[in-house]
Each structure stands twice: as C-alpha cells, then as structure tokens.
Write a protein that binds this ligand. Structure first.
Ligand SMILES: *Cc1c(COP(=O)(O)O)cnc(C)c1O
Length: 393
C-alpha cells in the first residue's frame, strides 16, 4: 500500500460536520467580509496563542507584508533572515523594497544562527542615528527568524542581539501554531515572543483552512490598529485613507472553518509528536541511525515544544533514497531544494554557492517524511521498512 505524504481527507472525516455547519452559518448571514465571524476567530486565536492582538489576513504572506509595512520597512532598508525557509519570508522583504540579508543556520535545528547574525552585524558600520548599515549602505531594521518545521527558535539570543543593535524582531510562525517552550520567565509560545509575528493557514499547515488565510499578531494595541488599517487599504473611516494599504482581509468563510478546527489543534499536534516518537523507535530498532540524522529537539527535555509541521531527516545519499521511496510509493518531499540566497530572483544580491554552507548542505540531504496526525502506526512501519530496504538491503 502506498503511504501518502499528506492526506486531508482523513481529517475531514472528523472535522467535516462542524466545519460545514460553521460555513453554513456564514452563508445564512451572507456576511462574507470581516464582521463577527472574523473578529470571533481573532479572539479565539489570541486565546490559543496567548497573543494580545490578532488581525486576520488573506494569507501568511500578506500578514508578513502588512507587518513589514506597519514597521515602516521599505526601500533603503535591510532585514536579516534565514535562507532556509519557504520563499515568502524573503519574498515579502523584497516586495516592500527592502533587501533580504541571508545569514546561515544552525546545523542541528536549521534555525537562523544567532552567531551568524552577530558576525554579519560586525561587518556593518553605524549610520548617524546608530542604525547598522550593510556594506552596500542599506539600513538594517529588523530580524525575521523562522520557527522552522514547527520548532521554536531560541528567541532570547535573537532578542538580545536585536536590543543591542536597535532592530525590530518579527517571528515567522507560519509553521509553528501551538508550539512553545519553557523559559526562565514562563512558557514562551511561537508568535508571542517578539513584538509581532505571523501565521499561515494554508491547508497543509497544522491549523489549515479551506483555502488561503493568515494571521498577524502583536503586543502593541497601536500596532494592531495600524495592521487593521493596512489590511483594508489604509482606511481609518469609510473611504478615508490615511496611508496606502492593500486588500489583505481574511474571508469570513475561512475564519469560520478555522475556528471550528481550533478545538482539535492540541490533539493533532500531540499526534504529530507521537508519530515522531514512533519514527525514532522504528529507525533505532532497524539500525538506521548511521544513515539518518533525526530532527533535533532544541528545547529538550521540555516536552511538547516541537509541533512537527514537517518531520525532516538528514539522509545519506538523499537523492537515491528519494528515488527508492518514490518507487515504493512512500510519500516524501524536500524542504528546501534551493536555499533562498541562491534563487535566481535574488542573483543581484551577489551570493555565491558556498557562502552559506550549512543551509546548502541541508538542501542536499534533507528529506521530509509523512507526519500528518492521522498517519497510522503501520504506515510509519512501512516507511521505516522502505528506508531499511534501501540502506541495509
Ligand atoms: C507557509 C509559509 C509561509 C506563507 O504562508 P502562506 O499562507 O502560504 O502565504 C511563510 N513562511 C513559512 C515559513 C511558511 O511555511
């Protein structure tokens, strides 16, 4: 039997009736744009993540775009981020006219490396107001770390660097809804650590809609007001525009679908962690740990911080393994085959192969295996057997 990489129809068998009833209520109201359904979901999302303010957006990408606009980041500015992420993280920086600055990632978690951020800032001189200037003369305004694959960056290091250099920090929490870890100051949840963050509700994310959707969250009420204006053409009163925004609104239908799914998120995330534990046992008992490096748990021994949006191993002879899994009908994917500093659209930034070696190595040997919550134990055994057949014959 083939093992799918992802299968939303299994989830729909459980959530279908509640989701369809929620959508039917929106149809009954015929209120499709903003209104109570969206604000109720925003409130529920604040309770879920601990965030003070949540502003529903048309996608995770648009949520990030709105945050960068609200931070006043634009032409002449630069934002430090990771090359090992989905394209949107850097694409939004470029779309507001700023320059993405890529620094390398940590070899175990593949999170942005705080030491690499420091090393880059050491190459900057200071503008008259103290803002770091890149060697090309752009003003470094912010750091955008990514909670990759559902595990939360060690944010205290990043926040401390930002504070020393006067930079904003905004978290890409697209893959990490419900993730968190214990700090000396309490439980830190993805999206509620830096002053602002964004989430994605792309259907395959841990909390996924029936189409595109996203959320911008923040701590400061004035910043939240600005985000609300920006998502609605910079309008503060009917047809009165104080700035140029966009149409970044979350649909009421998506808000209804997502709110109906919130009660399941914790058990889905638990199921993903259970699957990760089953993989660890299955690979260990089959003697595969010489061939695979399993995902690290950066905040271990704190349980439950990693939400396994993706389960990504580092695999010896990755491309051969990939072909063998494809032949065996085992779903898999590569996140990400080309780090962003080597994407054609960023060629003008001048990065060369070899510049960010940890990211480049990860792009050559990382492999995502099926991890979705409804995956069965026998399917996990099948995946492990197929990998064992490849390495051990
Ligand atoms: C999914 C994702 C996004 C973009 O979200 P969309 O809702 O698809 O626009 C941004 N960053 C990361 C890391 C993602 O995984």
């Amino acid at each position: 039997m083939p093992v799918p990489f992802f299968d939303l129809t299994r989830q729909a068998r459980v959530t279908g009736p509640a989701v369809e009833a929620a959508v039917a209520r929106v149809f009954a109201s015929q209120q499709f744009i903003l209104g109570r359904t969206v604000s109720d979901f925003e409130d529920a999302f604040c309770r879920l993540t601990g965030c003070a303010h949540a502003v529903g957006m048309s996608s995770g990408t648009d949520a990030q775009l709105a945050i960068l606009m609200a931070l006043g980041i634009g032409p002449g500015d630069a934002v430090i981020t990771t090359p090992y992420t989905f394209f949107a993280t850097a694409g939004c920086i470029a779309r507001v006219g700023a320059t993405p600055v890529f620094v390398d990632v940590l070899p175990d978690t593949l999170h942005i490396d705080p030491a690499a951020i420091e090393a880059f800032l050491a190459t900057c001189r200071a503008d008259s107001d103290g803002t770091p200037l890149t060697p090309a003369g752009a003003r470094v305004r912010a750091i955008a770390p990514v909670h990759l694959f559902g595990s939360v960056c060690r944010m205290s290091d990043i926040l401390a660097i930002a504070a020393r250099h006067g930079l904003a920090v905004t978290e890409d929490s697209a893959q990490a809804v419900g993730a968190g870890y214990q700090t000396p100051d309490g439980y830190a949840q993805a999206g509620n650590i830096a002053p602002s963050a964004w989430f994605s509700f792309f259907p395959t994310k841990n909390l996924g809609g029936a189409g595109d959707g996203g959320m911008a969250v923040c701590k400061d009420p004035a910043f939240a007001e600005r985000l609300r204006r920006i998502r609605n053409h910079g309008m503060d009163a009917t047809y009165h525009h104080t700035e140029v925004g966009g149409n970044f609104r979350l649909d009421a239908i998506q808000a209804a679908v997502l709110e109906a799914k919130i009660p399941h998120l914790a058990s889905w995330n638990d199921a993903r962690r259970r699957n990760a534990a089953l993989y660890r046992d299955a690979f260990t008992s089959r003697g595969l740990l010489d061939f695979l490096v399993l995902p690290s748990e950066p905040h271990a021994p704190i349980p439950g911080h990693h939400t396994y949006h993706q389960y990504v191993v580092r695999a010896k002879d990755r491309d051969l393994l990939k072909a063998s899994l494809a032949a065996a009908g085992i779903g898999h994917a590569v996140y990400y085959p080309t780090p962003l500093h080597l994407q054609p659209c960023f060629a003008s930034l001048g990065y060369q192969p070899g510049d960010l070696p940890v990211s480049e190595a990860a792009s050559r040997d990382s492999l995502a295996l099926p991890i979705f919550p409804e995956l069965g134990e026998s399917e996990i055994a099948q995946v492990a057997d197929a990998i064992a057949a490849f390495y051990r014959g």
